[in-house]
Design a protein around this ligand. Structure first.
Ligand SMILES: [Zn+2]
Length: 296
């Protein structure tokens, strides 16, 4: 599926937040849903394995969200995801074609259904509009502290904030989510992809042996207790690539989900390359510029 459709879904989310007058964080999806004249209800107990639903019915469409984790970030993302199905072009007609009832699974996942991915990207754009994210992270420290700050301000999960920072950041940052010794997914920022050739990790790849993350995950209680660890690594520890700068590796356990969030970044690489540096660096800088222009 084209990344274009996901970018568009993000932008529709940002536009809805703007149209509803949100110029500061947090954007409140519940207030937006009510203003759009949706009937909103918490998910009844017993509706298992579902993060929310959108049901077209009279007199008003019904939006159901999950509050079972007693976690404002999870609730916000759930409501925003269902709002996506209501606001994104083609979603209501597709849901109506399939009987008028849509049930959503999990959060920001790699789900196979395109409308699920689109609704997740809508939710990320709605809850964390790009201009607000950039304003915030430009003033924060590169890495996990900036991500925590965004998660608190936007009232979203740490993972959702981390992925959005990677999408919006001007500095090189890569988010890795792992379970045990395996990589689940990675989100490099555009500038991180510019650090070397072929910055890519397949799903299920082994964590680098002896990395801070691998050692952290070896003790399950680190993950469940939400502990944090910090180390240093090299780009080639993680990727089969041509360059090998030093990176900070920040690791945090995501608690009961059994997942770990790793942030690869560098304060030093965030500084813009000096124009007098060698040609390679200039070429690298040139290759970043068009991507920024498209991303805005
Ligand atoms: Zn859905």
């Amino acid at each position: 599926m084209a990344g274009f459709r996901l970018l568009m879904a993000t932008q529709v989310g940002e536009k809805v937040a703007r149209d509803e007058g949100f110029t500061n964080l947090p954007v409140q999806p519940l207030a937006i849903a009510e203003r759009k004249d949706l009937h909103v209800e918490k998910k009844p107990p017993g509706m298992k394995g579902i993060s929310g639903a959108l049901i077209f019915m009279e007199p008003k469409p019904l939006l159901i969200y999950s509050s079972e984790h007693q976690n404002i970030g999870f609730e916000n993302f759930s409501i925003a995801h269902e709002l996506g199905h209501y606001c994104l072009p083609d979603h209501p007609s597709q849901i109506l074609q399939e009987g008028g009832q849509h049930f959503s699974r999990a959060g920001f996942s790699e789900g196979a259904l395109s409308i699920e991915l689109e609704a997740d990207h809508f939710a990320a754009g709605l809850l964390m509009p790009g201009f607000l994210v950039r304003r915030l992270i430009d003033d924060s420290e590169v890495g996990i502290e900036g991500i925590r700050h965004l998660a608190e301000m936007a009232e979203v999960s740490l993972t959702a904030a981390a992925i959005r920072v990677a999408q919006c950041a001007r500095f090189p940052i890569c988010v890795v989510v792992s379970a045990g010794q395996a990589v689940l997914y990675t989100f490099p920022s555009e500038t991180f992809k510019g650090l070397g050739r072929n910055i890519f990790l397949r799903k299920g790849a082994d964590l680098p042996i002896n990395s801070t993350t691998a050692r952290f995950n070896a003790l399950a209680s680190n993950v469940s207790a939400g502990r944090q660890a910090t180390g240093e690594c090299r780009l080639r520890d993680w990727f089969t690539t041509d360059r090998n700068p030093v990176l900070d590796e920040q690791v945090v356990g995501l608690g009961s989900y059994g997942l770990t969030l790793t942030v690869l970044s560098s304060d030093e690489l965030a500084i813009e390359p000096d124009r007098d540096e060698d040609d390679e660096e200039v070429a690298l800088q040139d290759s970043w510029t068009p991507k920024f222009a498209r991303g805005r």
